[in-house]
Write a protein that binds this ligand. Structure first.
Ligand code: F6P
Length: 318
């Protein structure tokens, strides 16, 4: 057998660990492996590299993706998918592992429908893929946020300030709520929950009267109002406030142990599926166990927000 591996969409720490696991698992089963460069673009323009065990040596601990990544517009229409299929046939590919998010999985479903079995592996810092409890990159990104916000907290404390910190997550607040709890934030503002700046300000003023001097508020990027929130909190509380947008620092860096192990498990499992000739599946974690699910079913699932953690935040914040 000959299989391909590509990374697609926004990069995430741990993507390299998946590439390594897929490559080595496949080679150890006697398969040939090619790395497809820059997501689906590499399939369309034939930009692929032959991989051996040494190609992936020393990458398990590296951030980013050695295969590069991209969002590919041409692949969104059926002509693009058909062209990719023809190239797969020319290259003799019996299957492809696609590491990415929901958009990438749609492409994988389309290509599977054209007869090229594809297996999706959830790779995004946002943890916003419903079919899995966990996505590769999430833990590393959250730990980066915690390190950055701990530093911000030092200066907020020195100046008696409130720091309002925007974290990534697209429309999802999973990074925000976990990071907020971990840094001892007084509030977490996300799209999933109603928020009341007057109420937050009231509690800040009360706690200031009891001696609290500095504050952290975490805002999920999807809310889109970080500057406004910062100014409003300052106006309502009289506490000098600063906004910080953490940005792409959250997508880089060496993957944590959790991301490396999760990546290795999913990479190995994906190859096992392709070996059996199975395609059109996403693999992920359900209650800690690796499992796989039909791509369209995966895309129709809804993931609950962390309501319990959100409640705990507000019950421990002051
Ligand atoms: O999906 C990962 C992510 O980092 C989101 O959190 C963020 O909204 C988006 O990608 C940013 O994308 P780009 O790097 O293309 O600006």
């Amino acid at each position: 057998m000959k299989i391909g591996i590509l990374t697609s969409g926004g990069d995430a720490p741990g993507m390299n660990s998946v590439v390594r696991a897929v490559c080595r698992s496949a080679l150890n089963k006697g398969m040939e492996v090619v790395g497809i460069m820059r997501g689906y673009n590499g399939l369309l323009n034939g930009d692929v590299i032959n991989m051996d065990a040494m190609t992936v040596s020393g990458i398990i601990q590296r951030g980013g993706t050695c295969l590069y990544t991209a969002r590919c517009n041409e692949f969104r229409n059926i002509e693009g998918v058909k062209k990719a299929k023809e190239n797969c046939v020319k290259m003799g590919l019996d299957g492809i592992v696609v590491v990415g998010g929901d958009g990438s999985f749609r492409g994988a479903a389309d290509l599977s429908a054209q007869g090229i079995p594809c297996i999706g592996i959830p790779g995004t810092i946002d943890n916003d893929i419903s079919c899995t409890d966990y996505t590769i990159g999430y833990d590393t990104a959250m730990n980066t946020c915690v390190q950055m916000i701990d530093k911000i907290c030092d200066t907020a404390a020195s100046h008696d300030r409130c720091s309002v910190v925007e974290v990534m997550g697209r429309k999802a607040g999973y990074i925000a709520i976990n990071v907020a709890v971990a840094v001892g934030a007084v509030a977490c503002i996300t799209l999933e929950k109603e928020y009341d700046l007057d109420e937050i300000a009231k509690k800040m003023i009360e706690s200031k009267a009891h001696g609290k001097t500095h504050f952290i508020i975490v805002v999920s990027e999807g809310v889109g109002k970080t500057e406004y929130i910062t100014k409003t909190i300052q106006d309502l509380t009289g506490v000098e406030s600063r906004a910080t947008v953490l940005g792409h620092v959250q997508r880089g860096g060496a993957p944590t142990l959790r991301d490396r192990v999760a990546a290795t498990k999913l990479g190995y499992y994906a190859v096992e599926l392709l070996e059996k000739g199975v395609g059109n599946r996403v693999c992920g974690f359900k209650q800690g166990e690796v499992y796989d699910v039909d791509i369209m079913e995966a895309l129709s699932m809804k993931k609950p927000f962390e309501d319990e953690l959100y409640d705990i935040l507000y019950k421990t914040a002051f």
